[in-house]
Design a protein around this ligand. Structure first.
Ligand SMILES: [Zn+2]
Ligand SMILES: [Zn+2]
Length: 390
């Protein structure tokens, strides 16, 4: 099946809102903390110019209850099996209908010619879904999504016969960067030597008489750009439910530094020290040789990628305030220290690891990062959508 035709309408999506101080919100899903009422600048204090964010984040996404969590993935490599069975890490696989829980519809959901032309969820406009202007205008997420559908239908109609789905990485002339890799059959997961294969099954098809297109997603939880939860490398955390739904959105969203690291070695304590990342910086995305080598888009999983050595992870933990660690390959830890470096990071459950970021063509510097994992109950990893806003 042609991939663009397979890419159906939907994917679970996380939605965060930034209500004003008067707004009521669902208490248990709100993240108070560092975003104070008076806050008009970021926690790096850039003079209030860059990050005029409101005081709290409210998660309006439904949690996804797990049914068939498949943890016993067969593999020749030890770390790919489950901890309980003697493996060094837990690795789940997700299988969910695309329109499960909180989700978004793409035009191809109910228009077969859009479906055939490839108007899938990857073509949705992040400017519409995220831009701060939407907040300033105090529009509800519902209204924004409605406008999204309307704008697509009308703009596509005006295009006449030429239906070209937009595939965009940069929005608003460089204000929004999508730093997420597209998911396709070639996407690497670290579970398989090669890509994940056909991850979408068209369960209901308009071509076969259905009123709409409807796909089912099946992919390893650590595919492409994704997040690790503490249960990935700690069986007790896994059992106690420290899954991706328990990750702190305050850590995953906020001011972040994108830095280049030396290209000739793994990230050791010495390298960490040389980066001179000041105290107070909570989120750092590390761009490495992996980006230069375009490892995320290679056909096979490459164990020669670079990442944190155990001493580098320990140094970061002991000497910085970094709570969000982003990296440009499938594992934040170098292959030789795969388990030990992960365990250093995940032990306190304060540091969140985002892996497989797409960091090419973005300048180093200060941004606002927005990373939203799916609310998959019981999952120790999840695909994640990450964007940078300048
Ligand atoms: Zn992972
Ligand atoms: Zn990892």
């Amino acid at each position: 099946m042609v991939l663009r035709n397979v890419l159906a309408a939907m994917f679970l999506t996380a939605v965060i809102t930034f209500p004003s101080s008067e707004s009521s919100s669902v208490a248990e899903d709100a993240y108070p903390s560092s975003f104070t009422a008076a806050m008009t600048s970021c926690d790096l204090d850039e003079g209030g110019r860059l990050f005029p964010y409101p005081q709290r984040i409210t998660d309006t996404t439904l949690t996804c209850l797990h049914g068939d969590r498949t943890t016993a993935l067969e593999s020749s490599s030890g770390f790919r099996r489950v901890l309980k069975n003697g493996s060094l890490a837990n690795n789940s696989e997700m299988k969910i209908p695309t329109h499960t829980g909180t989700h978004v519809d793409a035009p191809g959901h109910v228009y077969d010619h859009y479906f055939d032309a490839g108007f899938d969820v990857d073509t949705l406009d992040l400017h519409v879904l995220n831009v701060s202007r939407a907040y300033q205008e105090k529009m509800s997420p519902k209204l924004i999504l409605l406008m999204l559908v309307i704008s697509y239908v009308s703009s596509s109609t005006q295009d006449g016969d030429e239906l070209i789905p937009p595939r965009v990485d940069v929005y608003e002339s460089g204000k929004i960067y999508d730093i997420t890799h597209r998911v396709s059959s070639r996407t690497l997961s670290g579970i398989y030597v090669e890509g994940i294969g056909e991850y979408l099954t068209l369960y209901l098809s308009m071509r076969n008489g259905s009123d709409y297109n409807f796909s089912i997603i099946k992919l390893p939880a650590h595919s492409g750009t994704h997040v690790d939860a503490p249960g990935h490398f700690y069986e007790n955390y896994f059992e106690e439910g420290f899954d991706v739904d328990s990750l702190d959105l305050e850590v995953l969203n906020g001011p972040a530094l994108l830095v280049d690291v030396p290209r000739d070695k793994n990230i050791t304590a010495e390298v960490m020290k040389s980066l001179n990342i000041p105290k107070g910086v909570k989120r750092v995305l590390f761009r490495t040789l992996n980006t230069d080598r375009q490892l995320m888009t290679q056909k096979r999983f490459d164990t020669s990628y670079v990442g944190f050595m155990e001493d580098g992870a320990q140094w970061l933990k002991d000497n910085t305030d970094i709570k969000l660690v982003g990296i440009d390959y499938l594992s934040v830890a170098a292959y030789d220290d795969l388990v030990s470096a992960h365990r250093v990071f995940l032990k306190s459950r304060e540091i969140i690891l985002v892996e497989g970021l797409k960091l090419d063509d973005v300048e180093t510097g200060l941004y606002n990062v927005h990373c939203l994992p799916l609310r998959l109950l019981g999952a120790e990893g999840s695909p994640i959508r990450c964007i940078l806003i300048k």
